[in-house]
Design a protein around this ligand. Structure first.
Ligand code: C2E
Ligand code: CA
Ligand code: CA
Length: 422
């Protein structure tokens, strides 16, 4: 079907649905539930089953939903991978939720039968007259709650004003981040990495800060995933990488570590991007470290190893971040072309109170030394922890005991003091 005809068919489908909903609202004296079922892994279905088979699967789903509803509701295809179900005579939200759960299970069974592990689907619910008296409003609220269900990784979520405002806030924050990035208003901060043997600064980890009038708008744990959701994976990494290399070049080419998310490591532009940044800022071999988490490796191990090996051949150091929190097995640990292991702060901060954490840190330090890897402890907040790490043979430490992440000027002043103390 030509694009315009397809678009017109979609629009007609939407209008037909609204009309049916409108009639149902007018005819139904009692309450009515609008369920919106969104299948999020449609691209996966197309890729794994083939287009024809996945289209058939979706068509069959409609019939299976009809059967599960046993005449108590009507099902229509809303758009690709989305179904709208109207159920009349619903007494309360609990009943609507039970019906939604039943439809979810129907879908899950159907997908498992087709060889897909589990349905990645979310059901939003809006009720007439509680959530609205007009068809358009009900449909919009069912859509909002389906999107909120996806964000919370919930199967089923009835509409509430809270879930709607949470979602709108989330979208607004995403737009604001995109604007701040575009306007160059995101700063790179630098947390010193200290060599334990002589307390000298060996480099820094570059960490993003989104500040307005000196106050954080949101923390990186929030805005980095948000940026990826908004399709900004590449531009966010480019921003961090190029600014960190530019600024550390200004500081005489001090070593710097930049964080790389799993999505970025596997992005097709990744290797080119790193190469361009390194060439632009004449980064010397060994000056740039890329921190990747175990999760990034597990996603596609072979591709990760190939890419990391290419980077290492270019003279870039590889650090395994948050080491110990993933599920890596030793058999593939030995294949990772890493230069450094970074012990996660959750183990470091508890190691003096918790024997198990202390043994874990000790084991990681021993493992690193056997494989001749550098070892960095993050989250070092007190002298006693540092002393213990030193006895274990840990090489480097980062943490509030020395400094938090500092602004570029703050880090420049820090380095001047460090060099003055030589
Ligand atoms: P991470 O890479 O594990 O970074 C360490 C986090 O621990 C940083 O939080 C740092 O400020 C904090 N930290 C440092 N010393 C201490 C300490 O002594 N005690 C405690 N409790 N915390 C300490 P931050 O900057 O909020 O970053 C959080 C996470 O966000 C990072 O975890 C990293 O995964 C991500 N992130 C930050 N900046 C970037 C970036 O530019 N790019 C990417 N891809 N991710 C980033
Ligand atoms: Ca890190
Ligand atoms: Ca960490």
């Amino acid at each position: 079907m030509p694009a315009l005809a397809l678009e017109q068919a979609r629009e007609r489908g939407y209008r037909d649905l609204l009309e049916a909903l409108d009639t149902a609202v007018r005819e139904e004296a009692g309450s009515l539930a609008v369920l919106l079922i969104e299948v999020s892994n449609l691209p996966e279905l197309h890729a794994r089953l083939g287009f024809e088979a996945s289209v058939t699967l979706m068509r069959n789903l409609k019939e299976q939903f009809d059967a599960a509803l046993a005449g108590r509701g009507t099902v229509s295809r809303f758009r690709d991978g989305t179904f709208c179900v109207l159920i009349k005579g619903i007494r309360n939200a609990g009943h609507a939720q039970l019906a939604a759960e039943k439809l979810w299970r129907t879908m899950d069974e159907s997908m498992s039968a087709a060889g897909i592990r589990a349905a990645d689907a979310h059901v939003g619910i809006a009720l007439h007259p509680v959530h609205g008296s007009e068809a358009g409003e009900l449909l919009r609220k069912a859509q909002l709650s389906a999107a909120a269900a996806r964000k919370r990784s919930a199967r089923v979520l009835p509409y509430s004003d809270d879930c709607a405002s949470e979602l709108l806030q989330h979208w607004t924050l995403g737009e604001a981040f995109a604007e701040a990035l575009e306007a160059g208003e995101i700063s790179m901060f630098y947390q010193p990495k200290v060599r334990i043997a002589d307390s000298r600064t060996a480099g820094a980890e570059a960490l993003m800060r989104w500040l307005e009038n000196g106050k954080p708008v949101a923390n990186p744990d929030v805005f980095i995933p948000l940026a990826e959701e908004s399709g900004l994976t590449q531009s966010t990494t480019w921003y961090a990488l190029s600014n960190a290399l530019r600024q550390t070049a200004e500081l005489g080419g001090i070593s710097v570590a930049v964080n790389v998310t799993p999505a970025m490591l596997h992005h097709r532009e990744f290797l080119d991007m790193v190469q361009t940044a390194v060439t632009n800022w004449q980064t010397r071999p060994g000056q740039l470290t890329l921190e990747v988490t175990e999760g990034a490796l597990i996603a596609d191990f072979e591709q990760a190893i190939t890419r990391l090996t290419r980077l290492r051949d270019l003279g870039i150091r590889i650090s395994i971040d948050d080491f110990g929190t993933g599920y890596s097995s030793l058999s593939y640990f030995k294949k990772i072309p890493a230069n450094e292991l970074k012990i996660d702060k959750s183990f470091v901060s508890r190691m003096l109170q918790d024997v198990a954490d202390r043994r874990l840190v000790e084991t990681i330090v021993t493992l690193a030394s056997q494989f001749r890897l550098d070892i960095v402890a993050e989250g070092v907040e007190d002298q006693a922890t540092l002393d213990t790490l030193a006895t274990m043979g840990c090489h480097y430490a980062q943490g509030y005991l020395f400094a938090p992440a500092l602004s570029f000027d703050g880090f420049r002043a820090w380095l001047a003091r460090d060099r003055g103390a030589a």
